[in-house]
Write a protein that binds this ligand. Structure first.
Ligand SMILES: Nc1nc2c(c(=O)[nH]1)N[C@H]1C(S)=C(S)[C@@H](COP(=O)(O)O)O[C@H]1N2
Ligand SMILES: [Mo]
Length: 215
């Protein structure tokens, strides 16, 4: 076969591929919408914390809800499990640039918790406090989003100790450092206060779609 003929055949084949859309997965547009700027996709869920993973027997565990609320609640494990339960699936975006898709969580919604405690009109911010000494703050409007969960299960199993079990918060719309593991107390506040990473150069709001990493 002459070089010319070979070339023509190759071009014809490539034209056919173009007509057929060979190699197209349809994923490009989807990924562009799904992966925030500067993030890459990983499988599963890496472990990230301060190196202290508290051991919390269910009998000793409790969650305190207070501050600018009508009632101060202290839920035991049984109290917590007796609340209405929901299942939610979300993508996770960690500020260290990994994202993880389709994480399935079970637990109690922040909305339900707020209704049960009764939020005073002065409340504008929320502080999450954890058993390892970690804290993180967020505006009430972010905490009150429909997809914020106080979760006890991940992908159908109790959340393991390294991922914040028995109970962690999940705030899908913000970078993952706002999702406190081993949550101990949820405090509603009139004035904002920076949490652990917010005091150390990380953004106060932390919206991955605005790339609010640092400030
Ligand atoms: N209590 C507590 N919660 C925490 C942290 C922590 O150190 N302590 N680290 C945060 C950070 S920076 C991230 S990225 C996620 C990691 O959650 P994972 O280990 O389940 O992936 O937890 C967040 N919640
Ligand atoms: Mo993180």
């Amino acid at each position: 076969m002459s070089d010319d003929l070979l070339n023509e055949k190759l071009i014809a084949a490539k034209e056919k591929w173009a007509r057929e859309g060979r190699g197209l997965t349809g994923d490009v547009a989807q990924n562009l919408q799904r992966l925030p700027a500067g993030q890459h996709l990983v499988q599963g869920l890496p472990v990230l914390d301060l190196g202290i993973q508290p051991d919390l027997p269910l009998k000793e565990w409790s969650l305190t809800i207070g501050g600018m609320t009508e009632r101060t609640l202290k839920w035991s494990w049984d109290d917590f499990m007796a609340q209405p339960q929901v299942e939610l699936t979300c993508d996770i975006h960690c500020v260290t640039t990994w994202s993880s898709y389709n994480n399935v969580w079970n637990g109690v919604t922040a909305k339900h918790l707020m209704q049960t405690a009764g939020i005073k009109p002065e409340a504008q911010f929320v502080m999450l406090r954890s058993y390892d000494g970690y804290t993180t703050n967020l505006p009430l409007s972010q905490f009150a989003a429909d997809d914020v969960l106080i979760a006890h299960s991940w992908d159908g199993k109790p959340i393991s100790r390294d991922h914040g079990g028995p109970v962690r918060v999940v705030v899908p719309k913000l970078y993952f450092w706002k999702s406190a593991k081993w949550v101990r107390a949820i405090t509603f506040m009139e004035k904002d206060q920076p949490g652990y990473w917010e005091l150390r150069g990380y953004h106060n709001n932390g919206d991955p779609w605005k790339e609010e990493r640092y400030w």
